[in-house]
Design a protein around this ligand. Structure first.
Ligand code: GLC
Length: 792
């Protein structure tokens, strides 16, 4: 059965694929396919790019960001030699209308089915596990009653190294191609890698890889030169090379280098032919040869694809929900986890944003996604980020792997996500030993310190950055990057950071107690109280909490402001942090419901800024209603669900979830425009003429948070150091749901029954035939358990 079908596509019955029915989606809809080392991004028209290890520093092919034309990719042309008709299985670049078109996105692969003039092509693109290459596997059926002769041509422009390769005339002079007959491959390398590494000065380092394109069919012709293949003033739609008798065979150092190779097919009437192209980046010819040999055999290709599918299903298997909300099931069981891992943690790139870097706070938060899968992966991420902290507790706001270069920051929250993640890791594992793990500092590799001390350094640094009133300073921004100028003189204060910091201080104090660091525990409890006191004295604006003060003392997020009167984060985190009494935080959330909860989720602020404000920063420079300036910033909008759930506002929590959910928003595709199977970074708010339009899909911290908050706070099954809490906060009209979750090596099968009418809460549960009135399951020493939970 097709699920959530629109004129553009649908989810398959088991949710393992999203099927795009037409190449004319409102915006490029992409898949991010990676094994964690090698990867590619591909759109439904065949646009996109590939990389090894770093999606910005080591790109295989040129790609330029153009969400309208989407005309950069690794392309294939199929030419019927008799009729000279040409078409592309991905629609682009040739763009003649296929009689059949379908693009299916699965976990770790994309599949295109296209038929043109009785030639039916099924193309599967994927990246095998542990390989630095992608396979383009073609199954071609000749549906006609005559034998056909086809020429198949590849085309892409070699980038090899840093992107975007906009200064091509400079870069092309370093690229060198060759054709290797014994490998049956075109190879390409670059004699300069434009990244700051090496010790012999600027722009003087070797690119240590070979890009390649090969096939399991004999390559009969090739062209390494854009000019001869496309033709001067020519176009990728109709490259002269494809229409010539033969290709130029130009390779070497003097071209504008491309990767065009040709194979010939001869398919008898009503027969099928199966073959592959291999594209990748490897260290040397030997390694290329090894992989090419391996995949010569179609059985190995099939096996490699099925391994990819199994790999992802294993990732999904440790947490599975079955609720009356089909969209929730689809997102939580598969797509959000895939997005968070493939898109955010591994690729760190997509169509709206290319990065390759690690954001200190970003990928730490993303790595929460690993907790129910394998907490060791979260631990690995924590350690990686700890190594990017300075000895004084501050951190790099982001850094590039490979070069290890990054941006020291005056943003004042980044560093606190380190203890935040450690606290979450302890909730999942109760493994306090993580605190003893040692990592060096970014600016002193000889100083190897425990993660406990790394956390203490972070906390102590924030304690040194408090205002006279006892509130934390905002510096160059807190969680909200766009508040980039509010506190540059280190005078402005952050109300949200006060809340976040309060939570960290309190919870870290508990950890100190637990690990017998009594003095510190006392200190942090006391500091938490001080922050709380200052907060409750100064943060209230009358009907909600304002957001920050500028260096000059003016408030933002106050009812007295003309624009940006109310911000979301200071309301939601007033609940999440527990910094204030419930009467205030409830009022604050009432204001959220009234002013910010809209049809696509909660706005980050309202009303939007229409004029740039130098003392706020670039947030106020975005178009009104877009992104952080009065749009739904989905990352923060997920926290509203959490806050409503904490206030036991079951139905509002559900509404905040449902309004945000891409599957539902995607049912209105011409307004929403984005992929319905991943979260977008933002959705335009009512102050934009494009109210309801989403953008910045895939590359957003909302994927992990959306999943976590649905599971932890709507379904209410969450890990704490003491055990698994059962605290559902489901809507009135759900009768039951079930969830299986791995927790400390025990598989919990939890079935929840709702016998109540309104705002159901936990009543009791039955485990091993015994009734338990407490909503905590202490860790069990067994492989599997079934628990029935009753709500009332
Ligand atoms: C971007 C940043 C993230 C920040 C968010 C809100 O997504 O990567 O770190 O929290 O914007 O400004």
């Amino acid at each position: 059965m097709k699920k959530f079908e629109t004129k553009y596509g649908y989810f398959t019955e088991n949710g393992n694929e999203y099927v795009i029915k037409t190449y004319r989606t409102p915006k490029p809809w992409i898949n991010v396919i990676t094994n964690g080392n090698y990867g590619l991004v591909i759109s439904q028209t065949g646009g996109g790019f590939s990389w090894l290890e770093h999606s910005e520093f080591n790109r295989l092919n040129r790609w330029h960001q153009d969400l309208v034309k989407d005309d950069w990719g690794k392309y294939f042309y199929f030419k019927n030699k008799k009729t000279s008709e040409v078409f592309s299985p991905t629609w682009a670049p040739v763009k003649n209308s296929p009689e059949l078109f379908e693009c299916r996105y699965g976990f770790g692969y994309a599949q295109f089915i296209a038929e043109y003039k009785e030639v039916n092509i099924k193309l599967t693109v994927f990246v095998p596990i542990g390989e630095e290459l992608e396979i383009w596997n073609f199954e071609v059926i000749n549906k006609s009653n005559e034998q056909i002769e086809l020429g198949v041509y590849s085309f892409f422009e070699w980038c090899l190294g840093s992107s975007a390769d906009h200064h091509r005339e400079f870069h092309k002079t370093f690229i060198e191609t060759e054709f290797d007959n014994s490998l049956n491959a075109m190879l390409a390398t670059k004699r300069l890698w434009e990244i700051p590494l090496g010790n012999r000065g600027h722009w003087n380092i070797e690119y240590p890889y070979l890009g390649f394109i090969s096939s399991d069919r004999t390559i009969t012709d090739y062209d390494g030169d854009k000019e001869s293949f496309i033709g001067q003033y020519g176009s990728v739609e109709k490259p002269v090379g494809v229409f010539s008798e033969s290709l130029s065979k130009k390779i070497g150092k003097w071209n504008d280098s491309i990767g065009t190779v040709k194979v010939d097919l001869s398919i008898p009437a009503n027969q099928k032919d199966v073959f592959s192209f291999f594209i990748g980046i490897k260290k040397d010819k030997k390694q290329i040869n090894k992989s090419l040999k391996k995949f010569k055999n179609q059985d190995h290709i099939k096996k490699a694809l099925s391994d990819v599918k199994v790999f992802w299903q294993d990732m999904f298997s440790t947490l599975e929900i079955n609720t009356p909300d089909e969209a929730m099931n689809l997102m939580v069981n598969k797509w959000l986890r895939y997005q968070a891992i493939a898109g955010r943690l591994w690729a760190r790139t997509a169509y709206y944003q290319q990065s390759g870097a690690y954001g200190f706070r970003d990928q730490l938060q993303d790595s929460l996604v690993f907790l129910p899968i394998n907490p060791e992966l979260t631990e690995k991420q924590i350690r990686l980020h700890a190594r990017h902290q300075f000895q004084d507790g501050t951190v790099l706001h982001w850094w590039h792997p490979l070069t290890e270069t990054g941006l020291p920051t005056k943003m004042t929250d980044d560093l606190l996500w380190l203890p935040f993640l450690i606290l979450n890791y302890i909730d999942e594992t109760a493994n306090y030993k993580i605190l003893d793990i040692k990592e060096p500092y970014y600016n002193n590799k000889n100083k190897i310190d425990t993660l406990f001390n790394h956390s203490v350094n972070a906390i102590e640094r924030v304690l040194k950055r408090m205002s006279k009133r006892g509130l934390p300073l905002i510096g160059a921004g807190d969680w909200n990057d766009g508040l980039s100028a509010v506190g540059l003189d280190m005078k402005g204060e952050s109300i949200w950071l006060a809340e976040f910091f309060y939570l960290i201080l309190n919870r870290f104090a508990e950890v100190c107690e637990k690990t017998k660091k009594t003095k510190l525990a006392k200190r942090y409890k006391q500091k938490a109280e001080e922050v709380k006191k200052a907060f409750n004295k100064y943060a209230w604006d009358g009907r909600w909490f304002y957001r920050a003060t500028k260096d000059n003392g003016d408030k933002i997020g106050s009812s007295k402001n003309r624009e940006g009167k109310i911000y979301l984060n200071s309301q939601t985190w007033s609940v999440i942090s527990g910094i204030t009494d419930k009467s205030k935080s409830s009022k604050a959330m009432d204001a959220v419901t009234k002013h910010l909860l809209k049809k696509n989720g909660c706005l980050l602020l309202s009303p939007a800024y229409t004029k740039p404000d130098q003392l706020i920063g670039y947030l106020s420079r975005y178009a009104p209603g877009r992104r952080e300036n009065g749009g739904v910033y989905t990352h923060a909008a997920t926290w509203a669900i959490w806050a409503y759930a904490l206030l036991k506002e079951n139905n509002l929590a559900f509404q905040a979830y449902k309004n945000l959910c891409p599957v539902y928003n995607g049912l209105n595709p011409d307004e929403y425009v984005a992929e319905p199977f991943v979260t977008p970074g933002n959705i335009d708010g009512p102050d934009s003429p494009n109210y309801g339009m989403a953008g910045w899909t895939w590359y957003t911290g909302s994927a992990n948070w959306f999943q976590k908050i649905i599971v932890d706070w709507i379904l209410g099954i969450r890990a704490t150091a003491d055990g698994l809490i059962i605290d559902p906060c489901i809507p009135d009209d759900w009768n039951n749901f079930s969830i299986t979750r791995l927790f400390r090596n025990t598989k919990y099968n939890i079935r929840v029954f709702n016998q109540a009418a309104k705002n159901p809460r936990f009543h009791y549960m039955i485990m091993d035939g015994k009734r338990i009135n407490e909503n905590l399951i202490k860790p069990l020493k067994r492989l599997e358990v079934t628990v029935d939970v009753f709500l009332a």
